[in-house]
Structure formats: structure tokens, C-alpha cells
Ligand binder design. Structure first.
Ligand SMILES: [Zn+2]
Length: 73
């Protein structure tokens, strides 16, 4: 009977620990899967890259400042 009680207490503690941890795990999964990212094409080499990483040129987007200078000069 004593071991059954200890087992029951252990299971309750384990359940509470997992219950307290679950929301953090869900938040981490949401951050990693943050949805689609807009992709743009470099006007010089044709590389596709995220729009947030692109370099804005006079009339187009580029993957790097080197490619912007090579295309626009
Ligand atoms: Zn490029």
C-alpha cells in the first residue's frame, strides 16, 4: 500500500511537471514555424533570397552590395 501511494504521488508530480512545461514547448514550435517568407530574385546572379536580406538598388533588388555595384555601374 505504501508503494502504491508513492507511485501515485510520483505520477501526480510528473503530470504537473509536464503540464507546466507544455506551453513553453508550444511557443518554441510557433516561433520556428513563423509562416512563409517573401522571396526575391537577385537581378545580377538570379539567386533567390528572403526579401529582408535583399539589397535595394535603383530599380531592382540584389543579393549583395557587390552585385548591386556590378549591375548599376
Ligand atoms: Zn546576386
Amino acid at each position: 500500500m505504501k508503494y502504491l501511494l508513492l507511485f501515485f504521488i510520483f505520477m501526480v508530480l510528473l503530470w504537473q511537471w509536464r503540464h507546466a512545461r507544455a506551453p513553453k514547448v508550444k511557443q518554441a514550435q510557433r516561433k520556428s514555424a513563423s509562416g512563409p517568407v517573401d522571396m526575391v530574385r537577385c537581378a545580377h546572379c538570379g539567386l533567390h533570397l528572403p526579401a529582408s536580406d535583399a539589397v535595394q538598388g535603383a530599380s531592382a533588388l540584389y543579393c549583395s552590395t557587390e552585385h548591386r555595384q556590378a549591375q548599376e555601374s
